[in-house]
Structures are given as structure tokens and as C-alpha cells.
Design a protein around this ligand. Structure first.
Ligand code: PDD
Length: 285
């Protein structure tokens, strides 16, 4: 059945939801996005996603298309109209439509706002029981990965290369250290039970799930170290996992074909997944 999509002020059947061919999102990838997950029909971490959206917009001198309350109402309306119990709401803002020109268009060009939903099983994922395999690839993205832009071609290429090598995803490496996964943040648990993840900088996206998981891990008694780590250190780790809005906490069981720990999801990743989901659902709006 056709979904209802929100496009620039209107709710439309997906077949009739269109944007201009002159939209700068289409021509220049001049746009930013957010993905907010839905559990039991409610939004996870909505306000944190909106705070990051404001940050992305400000970094690109882009106007906000609507205020937070309006954007919340659109999220809720789409979740209701599309009967989403579990899945995602995707939001994209672009600088709008203008004659093709590298310079930004004159102030007053209307930003374009599109939202749609995608149903997906997030809680019960077979991969949470088996764990995922990753391969390492060079990080060939641009140098402002802290801005959540829609220019996702290299992450797509990395995902395809990972699949071609029989893995599920790629961990990208720059100057010898892991940056992040193709669409997720990367973590290891060392042999002395320290949770290690790369500190925030322009090299990675500041994950919303990352904030909650680091706090929950510390509250649960794990030592947390924000520092870069190498693929060699990851291969020698006791556990590894990723986080994102759509995967929550997902165990990683092999890197470049080498098993992590005993090659099965580790107890810390399993526990963090459980407590993250419980807390996220309780706080959902
Ligand atoms: N991706 N790093 C990158 C490069 C990402 O694209 C994402 C999210 C994350 C995790 O951020 P968060 O916890 O806020 O989802 C880290 C989304 C889910 C996507 O592109 O579909």
C-alpha cells in the first residue's frame, strides 16, 4: 500500500510526492538529514535529533524550514497515517530550488523539507543474535563528517564492497585509526573490559545513540575511554559493536575475517542493547 509522504507543506501519496529537478539536494547534495527510530509507535530521542539537525543546518548556513514543534507534529502525523509501530522517520532539508550555480542562492530561497516513514523490525533482529561481520576500508569521505549531509555515495560504495567481500558493513580507517562504520559509530571492549570509541571531531558523526550508550555503559560500571583505536587493536579485543538509530547496539563478531573474542556476540554488547532499548522505549514520545 502506498505511503503518505510529507513534502513542502503537503501530505501526499508517495507516487505524487515530488521535488524540483533544480533542488540543490538533487544537484549538489546540498542538504542534511536525520533518521529517528520508532518503537511502539513513538519517537526515540526526537529532541536530540532535532538539536543535531539545527547544528548541521548552522554549519551549512542553511535556514530551518520549520520549528521543532511543527517538525514533531509532522513526524507524529506520518507515523499515525502510515500505521508505523516500528521503523524509522526520515527527514531531509535541502537549500531548495534555484538556477544551477556553485554559489548559494540569494537569501529567501525556500528550503525544501521532505519526510517519509519506513517500517522495519528494529527490536527483533536476527543479526543481534548472530552478530555482524565487518571489513576495513579506507575512509574516503570528505573531512566534515560531523555534518549529517545527504552526500552518502562513498558510504554506499563501502557497503557494497563489504557485501562483495561477504561481510555486512565496513569500518573505515584514516591515518591508521578506525573512524566509524558506513552509517554507524564503532566500539570495542578491550580484554580488561574498557569500552573504547573514537572521540567526537570532524572525523565522525556525533551519533545520538552513541550519547545514550556511553552514558548507560558508564552507569553500568564499564570504564569508558574516548580515544582512537586501530583495526589490530579491534581484532585483539574481547568484543566489538556498532550503534545507530536504526540498529541500536549491534554486535560485531569478525573484522577482515578474524573472529573477535569467541566469534559470538559478547555479553557487554548484548546487555547494552537490552538496556538501551528498554530506556529508549520508556523515554520515547
Ligand atoms: N546513520 N555515523 C554515521 C556516518 C551515520 O550515518 C550514523 C547514522 C551514525 C549513528 O548516528 P545515530 O546514532 O544518531 O543514528 C554514525 C543513519 C541511521 C542513516 O544514515 O540511516
Amino acid at each position: 500500500m502506498s505511503r503518505t509522504v510529507y513534502v513542502n507543506g503537503a501530505y501526499r501519496p508517495e507516487e505524487e510526492a515530488t521535488v524540483s529537478v533544480f533542488d540543490r539536494g538533487f544537484l549538489f547534495a546540498d542538504g542534511v538529514y536525520e533518521v529517528t527510530s520508532v518503537l511502539a509507535g513513538r519517537l526515540i530521542d526526537f529532541h536530540a535529533h532535532m538539536a543535531r539537525l539545527r547544528r548541521s543546518l548552522a554549519a551549512l548556513s542553511m535556514e530551518a524550514p520549520a520549528d521543532e514543534e511543527e517538525i514533531l507534529a509532522i513526524h507524529r502525523e506520518l507515523v499515525t497515517r502510515n500505521g508505523v509501530e516500528e521503523g524509522m522517520v526520515y527527514l531531509q532539508v535541502t537549500r531548495g530550488a534555484a538556477d544551477r550555480d556553485f554559489a548559494y542562492p540569494a537569501a529567501g530561497t525556500k528550503p525544501s523539507l521532505v519526510l517519509f516513514t519506513q517500517k522495519a523490525a528494529l527490536r527483533e533482529r536476527p543479526m543481534a543474535a548472530t552478530g555482524m561481520k565487518v571489513v576495513s576500508l579506507p575512509d574516503l569521505r570528505w573531512a566534515r563528517r560531523d555534518i549529517k549531509t545527504v552526500q552518502l555515495l562513498y558510504p554506499s560504495m563501502a557497503k557494497m564492497e563489504a557485501k562483495a567481500r561477504g561481510a555486512d558493513d565496513a569500518w573505515m580507517v584514516e591515518d591508521g585509526f578506525v573512524t566509524e562504520g558506513s552509517s554507524n559509530n564503532a566500539y570495542i571492549v578491550t580484554q580488561d573490559a574498557t569500552l573504547v570509541t573514537r572521540p567526537l571531531s570532524s572525523a565522525i558523526l556525533p551519533g545520538i545513540t552513541r550519547v545514550s550508550v556511553l552514558r548507560l555503559a558508564a552507569e553500568d560500571g564499564l570504564t569508558v575511554e574516548e580515544r582512537p583505536f586501530t583495526i589490530e587493536e579491534a581484532k585483539a579485543a574481547r568484543e566489538a559493536f556498532i550503534t545507530s538509530a536504526s540498529t541500536f547496539v549491534m554486535p560485531v563478531v569478525s573484522i577482515d575475517g578474524a573472529a573477535i573474542g569467541d566469534g559470538a556476540p559478547g555479553p557487554h554488547a548484548k546487555r547494552l542493547r537490552e538496556i538501551y532499548i528498554a530506556e529508549a522505549e520508556a523515554a520515547a514520545i
